[in-house]
Ligand binder design. Structure first.
Ligand SMILES: Nc1ncnc2c1ncn2[C@@H]1O[C@H](COP(=O)(O)OP(=O)(O)OP(=O)(O)O)[C@@H](O)[C@H]1O
Ligand SMILES: [Mg+2]
Length: 499
């Protein structure tokens, strides 16, 4: 059977979905230009591209949220015109958005049936359990959504779509919010769904994950398709080149830092309970050094970052800092870091509103704000030429850059960054790492929490490993490698060291 999916060719009718010539522009600028996407039942398809390349826009068109300027969507050879996500869902296209749109005070089952044709019933409950079990999920249908982890909420979203009969499942950066072990579980489930003949699309900036999990890729650059190919035989570096074309920069070389005076000291620091706890942390961060924090997620890294930033009180122990300016890039920055109703420039200048040249007692000085915003846009390559637009007009990676630019630009003495390059493409991730190193070289003490071991190994002057709310290892640059870190993270080795 021909399954090559060539437009107009033999295999055309075998395509589950064929989006043809999709064009969509905003303010006269193409976000998608003549984009073709071909999906086959049974495949896992990765959609790649730099921040702002047009991935989310394409997905929004496919799911009926945006109306394309031109182009058509065919499902099983039949042309569809969606005027709402409901239409697309009815035609079998289900999308898991990056920001999960759920009602947290409802239960799992209530969220699933909400908006479907049936109410909550024993039958519905059984069906939800069955779908979940088939995918290896352990979700209690009666659990309150507010009590679920992000990973579980994502599972709920997938179940919801399957419950409504989706055959084409599209996930926008599903792993950006997941720890590596949760991602593995997700891909397991996606593989099972593909095995049942469903077509799966996912967006990811983690190229290693793409080569591991996907069958084929479509690569967007500046709104156009620049490559489509099977994943077999491709390595992450090749995919990166396809994404960025000639823009590729040589990898950043990080010279060792020069550790100076202590800027943050934690002694026997304790707070929280259960999995969200510090159970006695000793840590000193000096000026001019980057301390990386490794660990399997949920071992106290989030709490450590919050305590280090002074955002969370200790129950016992001691914290002191010698910093005038502390910058904090939180893990859930999209939820907490931006004001969605404000413009890009106001979000950038936000921290300065209360002082300095940006404001006078009675009014904000618009031109100063604009000047400062433009400087940051330039330095941090925030992808916009209209800073007066609402921040919501930025792509996911664009939003990240706004927050990171705002925090790092304050010349901090102490910089705490949690998962600083999550959701960023290879080029932007390199840019952010460079800024962290620059902050260090300007004398800041930096604490960087990351699940990306390669990133930690690359950046850190020293890496501490967290397990069970404690630091169980402290390794100098050169002593640490993936295998050693992996062993310490899982508890093979000594415990309770002072760092
Ligand atoms: N509602 C909108 N109004 C104006 N411009 C928009 C809007 N949505 C997207 N854009 C622009 O369209 C382009 C593509 O954005 P899109 O969100 O599709 O990128 P993306 O590939 O998903 O990027 P990321 O990896 O950062 O999420 C960007 O330049 C973005 O600023
Ligand atoms: Mg996006």
């Amino acid at each position: 059977m021909a399954v090559d999916g060539t437009p107009g060719g033999e295999g055309r009718s075998t395509l589950t979905l064929f989006a043809r010539g999709i064009t969509k522009s905003f303010d006269g600028k193409f976000a998608n230009e003549d984009v073709d996407l071909e999906l086959r039942g049974g495949e896992i398809h990765a959609l790649l591209g730099e921040n702002g390349a047009g991935k989310t826009t394409l997905i929004s068109v496919l799911c009926g949220q945006y109306k394309a300027d031109s182009g058509v969507v065919e499902i099983d050879g039949e042309v569809h015109h969606f005027s709402s996500p409901r239409d697309a869902l009815r035609a079998g296209i289900g999308v898991v958005h990056q920001d999960l749109r759920q009602i947290t005070r409802f239960s799992v089952i209530e969220n699933v049936v909400l908006g479907s044709d049936h109410g909550v019933s024993r039958t519905a409950e059984r069906k939800v359990e069955e779908i979940g079990k088939g995918l290896g999920f352990e979700l209690d249908p009666k659990a309150n959504v507010g009590s679920l982890s992000v990973g579980e909420r994502q599972q709920l979203e997938i179940i919801k779509l399957l419950y409504r009969g989706s055959r084409i499942l599209i996930l926008d950066e599903p792993t950006a919010v997941l720890a590596p072990e949760q991602s593995a579980q997700l891909f397991d489930a996606l593989r099972r769904l593909a095995g049942e003949g469903k077509a799966i699309v996912f967006v990811s900036h983690r190229l290693r994950e793409v080569t591991d999990a996907a069958d084929r890729v479509t690569v967007l650059r500046h709104g156009k398709v620049v490559a489509k190919r099977p994943v077999e035989g491709a390595d992450p570096a090749e995919l990166a080149t396809l994404m960025v074309g000639d823009d590729a920069e040589p990898p950043l070389t990080v010279s060792p830092g020069k550790a100076g005076d202590p800027v943050l000291v934690l002694r026997e620091a304790r707070c929280g309970s259960g999995r969200r706890a510090l159970t006695g942390v000793d840590l000193t961060v000096h000026r001019g050094e980057i301390v990386g924090v490794a660990g399997v997620s949920g071992n106290g890294q989030v709490e450590l970052a919050e305590v280090a930033a002074g955002m969370r009180k200790l129950d016992r122990g001691h914290r002191e800092d010698h910093a005038e300016q502390i910058a904090f890039i939180p893990e859930d920055r999209l939820a907490t870091g931006l004001v969605g109703s404000m413009s890009i420039e106001d979000n950038l200048a936000f921290r300065r509103y209360d002082r300095g040249p940006m404001s006078t007692p009675l009014f904000l000085r618009r031109s100063k704000i604009r000047g400062w915003a433009n400087e940051l846009i330039e330095r941090f390559a925030v992808p916009t030429n209209r800073p007066q637009l609402n921040v919501a007009a930025l792509s996911g990676g664009g939003l990240q850059r706004v927050i990171i630019a705002r925090e790092i630009s304050e010349s901090p003495d102490l910089l705490i960054a949690s998962q600083p390059t999550r959701g960023l493409d290879v080029v932007s991730a390199g840019g952010v790492r460079k800024q962290i190193v620059a902050a260090r070289d300007a004398g800041a003490g930096c604490l960087v929490v990351s699940e990306d071991l390669d990133e930690l190994l690359h950046l850190s002057d020293r890496i501490v490993v967290m397990l069970g709310g404690q630091i169980v290892a402290s390794l100098e640059r050169g002593e640490a490698d993936r295998a050693t870190l992996g062993r310490r993270m899982t508890g093979v080795g000594e415990t309770g060291v002072a760092a």
